[in-house]
Design a protein around this ligand. Structure first.
Ligand SMILES: [Zn+2]
Length: 381
């Protein structure tokens, strides 16, 4: 049983009668389920030990949201730029650790870093500073910064200009580019940023021929050191053949590209449903508190599909309302958490009886088979 093997929780069957009746009556009024004309807008995101908060660019002098007292961005002087001050890094962690575990790769000038037991150099207990950078119409790139080590990375730069602007605003020099997969809307800024900053490009070994400018090729089981932060690599194929996801356990942060979305998952362009289900199961087995940073702002449209297959899910109803509120205020819905996804994302819930009925799954269908049926239904939704 896949769920048992991966640690995915088998959630209880939804309360069908009362809850479904309640939400059927409120369906028309639920703003999250209505078409939205909210456009992507420049936003700032930052993370702290327990809270995240969001502020539109240009309004950074407004008070932080009251529920986000630990926000690193708003604890920092505005002149220093938001979201990139990390005050708790150990001073003994620095550039000396950078690349300490590098080994020669197999081909193409790329370098692989293989997992070495008991030799981790990552001892930082501080959170990695993470800033969301909107790109194109609905893509997100992310700036990662370790102030003590003086390293700054961007995850999946669709285009160079917004990344450059974010770097200049923070007076940072880009040192690394991390790519989850080869699609142009995740790698389009690679060569321009690499040329401008001399940044090292890190990406999936299985697709290294399709990653522009790649220097370091990583695969399942690899670890890679980013300043004082250890990054674990998972192969997560399905959307593309060589997709990888990046996990920073010390910061409980997971970069999923187009594998796992908030309330959704990527289309299966180059992989099978079985591959994607295995990839999602691997990610879902990480701690529930893990914050998920995905490649697109698709949450509101994904919520409409989720509601169509599981309207008896009370947590999903609550989340849909929150998503509608965020988008009406032109705020991002990212990051989400794995715990929230396990409770509301239909692609992680093939054991839900309501979803099984919605996709007309056979009673003895496996979770992978139900996942495939959910994916097919979403493709024509
Ligand atoms: Zn993609």
């Amino acid at each position: 049983m896949v769920l048992a093997r991966t640690g995915l929780r088998r959630l209880p069957a939804p309360l069908l009668c009362g809850v479904m009746a309640l939400h059927a009556s409120s369906l028309a009024a639920r703003p999250a389920l209505l078409p939205s004309a909210v456009a992507a807008s420049p936003v700032h995101a930052c993370s702290s030990a327990r809270q995240c908060c969001w502020q539109p660019v240009g309004f950074l002098t407004q008070p932080a949201l009251p529920q986000a007292p630990l926000c690193l961005a708003h604890a920092a002087p505005h002149s220093a730029g938001p979201g990139l001050r990390d005050t708790k890094l150990s001073p003994r962690l620095g550039n000396s650790l950078w690349g300490a575990r590098m080994q020669a790769g197999s081909s193409g000038g790329a370098h692989a870093v293989r997992r070495s037991s008991g030799a981790s150099a990552s001892t930082s207990t501080a959170q990695l500073s993470i800033e969301l950078v909107p790109c194109l119409s609905d893509n997100y790139a992310y700036l990662l910064h370790d102030a003590a080590a003086g390293v700054t990375a961007v995850v999946d730069p669709s285009e160079a200009a917004p990344v450059r602007a974010a770097l200049r605003a923070r007076q940072l020099q880009l040192t690394h580019i991390l790519n989850t997969h080869h699609h142009w809307d995740h790698t389009g800024g690679n060569l321009e940023l690499k040329k401008e900053f001399g940044a090292q490009v890190v990406g999936p070994a299985a697709d290294k021929q399709r990653i522009p400018g790649i220097d370091v090729a990583l695969a399942e089981g690899d670890t890679w050191q980013f300043g004082g932060h250890e990054m674990h690599v998972f192969d997560t194929p399905g959307h593309t053949r060589g997709h990888v996801s990046f996990y920073f356990p010390g910061s409980e942060a997971l970069f999923t590209g187009d594998t796992l979305f908030s309330l959704g998952c990527g289309k299966l362009f180059e992989g099978t449903p079985q591959q994607m289900w295995a990839s999602l199961s691997k990610l879902a087995a990480l701690p529930a508190a893990t914050r998920v940073y995905c490649g697109h702002e698709y949450t509101q449209s994904n919520a409409r599909f989720a509601w169509a297959v599981e309207s008896g899910n009370e947590r999903l109803a609550q989340r849909s309302d929150e998503i509608a509120r965020l988008r009406s205020e032109r705020k991002p819905t990212i990051p989400t958490t794995l715990g929230l996804e396990l409770a509301t994302n239909p692609f992680l819930r093939p054991s839900s009886q309501e979803i099984r009925e919605a996709v007309r799954a056979k009673p003895d269908a496996s979770d992978a088979e139900v996942f495939a049926a959910i994916r097919r239904k979403k493709d024509s939704f």
